[in-house]
Design a protein around this ligand. Structure first.
Ligand SMILES: Cc1cc2nc3c(=O)[nH]c(=O)nc-3n(C[C@H](O)[C@H](O)[C@H](O)COP(=O)(O)OP(=O)(O)OC[C@H]3O[C@@H](n4cnc5c(N)ncnc54)[C@H](O)[C@@H]3O)c2cc1C
Length: 300
């Protein structure tokens, strides 16, 4: 065991040479040298210090449900908060949760406690940190509609940002401009409601997702951002790419803004298909389809 690995192990659970097929919902990509699950905030800070001292890169992963990894080796540290930094509690009508919580688990817990507000998020397979980074949303509601404050680690400082300071927009936030910040926790404002009514709404949304999205296959949800005049899937349909495949990557026949991994897609298969769609849409309609999914560990 080298010195770096030995020290890293002091700050949390560590796995070495982990395939990105295990770290992302696309189940595709190369290998990460290290994955660390810090046991506490102090340990997280120590991991960051250790990376800085040794000139080792790091990247925070939530549930990897919005990330497309290259097939290359990543000689750095993937930091995950979901194993230990995942506690939550209620303060009156507010849910105070750490970034490693899964948003689906929070939505179900809020429902069980007769709190309304997170129904929209009950089918989004991300962590609170990833959902805030993306301002995730569905059914015209987003994280920005329910979050009052976000706790962020900025260098050695821990800062609470209020909602306006997070600069939330459509699938965007200030956190995308500051990849070096780490989201630690958030306060979510909920309304008293009726458990049965809330569950009914969540069940209906879940049924709708199963009917309209390829949830039985690995994907990262919507690949492209919607535009003002059209949904992204309409452009994919207009170029005739519904069902189109490259290697193991396929535009879902069920929802053409989803690209699914049919079993053995590489990161490159998925990216090639994405880029071919972008080229065709640009050529045929003069429209630039922007990726909603984030590329990670690509050389260019
Ligand atoms: C089947 C399916 C359905 C989906 N449906 C929806 C939907 O309805 N609406 C929607 O908006 N999205 C949807 N998504 C996409 C995805 O779930 C969201 O974008 C989600 O917010 C990503 O969260 P994550 O924890 O997986 O983040 P990751 O994909 O792991 O990371 C995304 C980004 O957030 C950053 N990040 C994560 N945690 C932190 C942290 N603590 N501090 C700082 N940065 C952090 C990462 O570095 C990365 O840049 C869907 C995906 C799938 C697979």
């Amino acid at each position: 065991m080298n010195d770096f690995t030995y020290k890293l192990r002091q700050f949390g659970d560590v796995e070495e040479n982990v395939s990105f097929t295990r770290l992302t919902t696309y189940k595709a990509g190369g290998t990460a040298h290290y994955v660390v699950y810090p046991r506490s905030l102090f340990d997280l800070q120590s991991v960051l210090g250790l990376c800085a001292e040794n000139g080792v890169e790091y990247k925070v992963f939530g549930n990897g449900s919005n990330i497309l990894c290259s097939d290359e080796f990543y000689d750095g540290v993937i930091i995950r908060l979901n194993r230990f930094l995942n506690q939550f509690h209620y303060e009156n009508n507010e849910l105070v949760a750490r970034a490693g919580c899964y948003i689906i688990a929070l939505a179900y817990d809020a429902m069980k406690n007769n709190f309304s507000g997170l129904e929209f998020a009950s089918g989004i397979p991300g962590t609170l940190g990833g959902c805030l980074f993306m301002n995730a949303g569905a059914y015209k509601v987003s994280m920005s509609d329910v979050v009052t404050q976000v706790q962020v680690l900025m260098g050695n400082e821990i800062v609470w940002l209020n909602n306006e300071e997070c600069e939330f927009g459509y699938r965007s936030s200030i956190f995308q401009k500051h990849p070096e910040w780490i989201i630690l926790a958030a306060r979510i404002s909920l309304k008293p409601g009726n458990k049965e009514e809330i569950q009914k709404v969540m069940n209906a949304r879940q049924r709708r997702r199963f009917e309209t999205q390829p949830l039985d296959m690995p994907s990262a949800g919507s690949v492209f951002r919607n535009l003002e005049e059209h949904f992204a899937w309409e452009y994919v349909d207009m170029i005739g790419y519904r069902g189109k495949n490259i290697g193991g990557a396929c535009v879902s026949p069920k929802h053409s803004n989803f690209i699914v991994n049919t079993g053995n897609a590489t990161g490159s298969d998925i990216l090639n298909l994405i880029e071919e769609i972008q080229r065709q849409v640009q050529q045929q309609f003069g429209v630039e389809l922007m990726m909603e999914v984030e590329k990670f560990n690509w050389k260019n």
